[in-house]
Design a protein around this ligand. Sequence first.
Ligand code: GLV
Ligand code: MN
Ligand code: MN
Length: 429
Amino acid sequence: MAVMTVTTPPAALDHDAPLRVDSVRLQDRLAALSGIGGIQGTTGSARLAFTDADRQGRDLVVTWMEDLGLDIRIDAIGNVIGTLEGTEDLPAVMTGSHIDTVRTGGRYDGNLGVLAGLEIIETVLAAGVRTRHPLAVGFFSNEEGARYQPDMMGSLVYVGGLPLEEAYDTVGIDDTTVRNELDRIGYLGSAPVPGLAPRAFVELHIEQGPVLEEAGVQIGVVEGVQGISWTELEIVGQSNHAGTTPMRLRHDPAWVAAEITTFVRWLALEIGHPQVATVGMLELQPNLVNVVAARATMTIDLRNTDDKLLKQTEEQLAAKISELAEREGVTIASRKLARFEPVEFDPMLIDRIEQAATAAGLSTMRMPSGAGHDAQMFARIAPTAMIFTPSHLGISHNPAEHTDPDDIEAGANVLLSVLLDLAEVVEQS
Ligand code: GLV
Ligand code: MN
Ligand code: MN
């Protein structure tokens, strides 16, 4: 789909006295949200999509949106968008991210983008600033895809990339469906999907990798997101006695799963950076010390910024699977859980982010995103880009995830500046 680029020249922001977010207020909200589903002894959280913890997190953020007097819309896939009206009835300048987490989530992944958006709107309101375009902040359902695949489900449905009924019928890792769980937590809303295209979408997120910290750079100017391929394999063999079954007679799903695990790692190393490969889930049945497994279920996550190379890894994996099924006398059923091509962000917005950061005296680096983000879906319908802040030791999807408060403040202020530019400030009381 063709996406218009932003052509309005940057508004003349007064960089001598630019608006600034309140870092303490932002940190307080990050801490409060991370306490919901909080993982004891850490600053992280477990709020898998559409669980009770997700509902409580949603309720808290909605309360904050209400406190700011935003117009709140919940759509049919549970995306929640709060809008501060502009002086004209124009498409909104939108920011946001997600508040669902993996089961071992950190405090910042997704939450930062949503709460920075709220903080920016509070800052704008407190300063009496009005903009021509409305300012909107959203949180999008099931970005993580840890319970229901594909990931980025809410934003994908929002942009018309996944039919609502298909999303509703998705069965999760616990055999629940999206429709039932969304209904159960009270977030099956009435706003229609696909949703309205914003004027632009800009997402602030932690990098979740080591690049910025290692380079000593404060702001990542994200040029795009790498392609993602998720596959689930179900390997069925012959369960048998661990002591009596000679090795030559085995049809062992555990061994096949192990060989696939090592194969994808070697494959990624052979193809080279930035190809990555991960076996993140592996379950054996019956999972007992003295029983050759009957079944192995595993997932493989492959990513690359180059779609040709990503396809090549997918093909080599498929060939390996066929070879192993034949050699080991097992059946292997393969199911695609997610497949997204690499995405390039809007060049004009990328420039604006870089200029805003530089004007604020911050160091910048252009980079691709290794993680998937809601922004990559919005890029299908609106000019889109992202801002990254450094992640300490590059750790993420782990409760130990940490970003320095000064870096968070810097990232939020760059986002503030870019959003105001795009929304066009008309008055300040
Ligand atoms: C989402 O967090 C992903 O990139 O897996
Ligand atoms: Mn995220
Ligand atoms: Mn994540």
